[in-house]
Design a protein. Structure first.
Length: 291
């Protein structure tokens, strides 16, 4: 549109009669007819008309404004060059809020520049809002962690725990927070539908079927067993079962490594292994004796 206006201005300032009809080439179909007109050669060599396609805009300089580089781009024959440069120009204007563009006095050009600035400000506001929400989320987690640590410290001080126990409690709290990020898994699971809870438990406790006695059980019974299982985090050096103590639970290792120590024998256990399987055997034998 701006190039068309520049050509019209060049036509009006020239002495070529009826040169306005040379502006519309009809998708290239009218060029053959123009070649028969003796004025066509004069129009092709018109200095002001040529200047409209090199960005200077003819006599006195046509005010292309923000379309200055676009006029030069129209002389490129490569479609890839046109597309890539146009894409670059769009990103540049949105990211800089059209700060590097000076529009002419053409009203629609000014409105278009204002629209670019508005879109850029809107996207910038969305970015700032998302960053603010992210920082607030991090700050809320840190605040929860600080309040939790303060409560633990006050509780240990109230109970007058010795320093060695306090250090173990602090380490356990730090490890638990790093593992869960303060998320209560039990509360999270309770808010989910029952069928989804079963699917999640089957995934988390899929190693239950590694126990030989559980391999012959039906799926509903396995689901009932998984509902009774609870996850617990142990720090390095912590003791799960004690030698000579009562075996009152079975421990499935979900992640990490455990050592089973008896006298001078050390048996390494890893993900998927089970501790306390003897409890299940004892319960079955005890139930059979009662029967």
């Amino acid at each position: 549109q701006r190039v068309n206006q520049c050509l019209r201005n060049a036509c009006h300032s020239s002495a070529i009669p009826n040169c306005v009809r040379f502006i519309d080439c009809g998708h290239g179909n009218n060029i053959y007819e123009f070649g028969k007109d003796p004025m066509w050669g004069n129009w092709l060599n018109n200095t002001d008309a040529i200047a409209c396609f090199v960005g200077t805009g003819g006599t006195g300089g046509f005010p292309y404004g923000i379309y200055q580089n676009g006029v030069l781009l129209t002389t490129q024959t490569s479609l890839v060059t046109r597309y890539v440069y146009s894409l670059f120009w769009g990103f540049q204007q949105v990211s800089t809020l059209a700060g590097n563009q000076v529009p002419s006095y053409y009203v629609w050009e000014v409105l278009f520049t204002m629209a670019i600035i508005g879109v850029g400000l809107f996207l910038f506001a969305l970015l700032i809002g998302n960053i603010q929400n992210f920082l607030q989320s991090l700050g809320r987690r840190r605040l929860e962690m600080s309040l939790r640590r303060r409560d633990v410290e006050q509780w240990m001080k109230h109970r007058r725990l010795p320093n060695d126990l306090r250090s173990h409690v602090r380490e356990s709290e730090r490890f638990s927070w790093a593992a869960t990020r303060g998320v209560n898994e039990e509360t999270l699971m309770e808010n989910l539908p029952e069928d989804l809870q079963k699917d999640i438990r089957r995934h988390l406790f899929k190693f239950v079927k590694k126990v030989r006695l559980f391999q012959v059980l039906d799926e509903p019974i396995i689901d009932a067993i998984c509902e009774r299982l609870k996850t617990k985090t142990y720090i390095k050096g912590g003791k799960i079962l004690f030698k000579g103590g009562l075996i009152d639970k079975m421990v499935f290792i979900i992640r990490g490594k455990v050592q089973s120590i008896e006298d001078a024998t050390v048996v390494p256990l890893s993900e998927g292994d089970v501790c306390g399987e003897e409890l299940l055997t004892w319960c079955l034998e005890h139930s059979a004796v009662k029967t």
